[in-house]
Design a protein around this ligand. Sequence first.
Ligand code: S3P
Length: 177
Amino acid sequence: MLPPRNLHNVALIGFMGTGKSSVGRLVADALHFTFLDTDRVIEARAGKTIREIFEQEGEPAFRELERRIVEELARRNKTVISTGGGLPANEANLASLKTHALVVCLWASPETIFERVRGQNHRPLLNDPDPLGQIRRLLTEREPYYRQADVLVNTGLRPLREVAGQVIHQFRLSQHG
Ligand code: S3P
């Protein structure tokens, strides 16, 4: 049997461009929680942008930095964690988040994601001649992980404030279950 979960954090997972950081900040403000973005922690520690880490050290090195942060997150309390899009595509990372956080996946269609990220160039994985095709490929590959979230919220049809409201509602429910 799985050990009982003590959910004192919120973890937002989901593809690039689904609004994890913006929603995460709104949720943290409303709950009076600390906001933490795993990508920003990695950049601050490395003293480089994500793009530079991918270029100079490669994706496996970046994933290792993510893995270490996930371990540390287990010690956090009252924190809203916004995760990099690929972080939960790893069973151990996902399992670890689930021990302390309500895991919420923000979902959007490939077309919506494409509209949101086009024109931005800080995401190395979308630096591809066919970004929409790449989004479709990665989303298909990651869907089985994203679907393991406790809650799935479609972000395509609603403003971020409303998405944040849903996350807050689900977290409050999880506290009274
Ligand atoms: C990645 C998503 C990015 C960042 C890195 C890799 C991914 O984060 O971690 O570029 O693998 O999907 P966002 O989801 O915050 O853009």
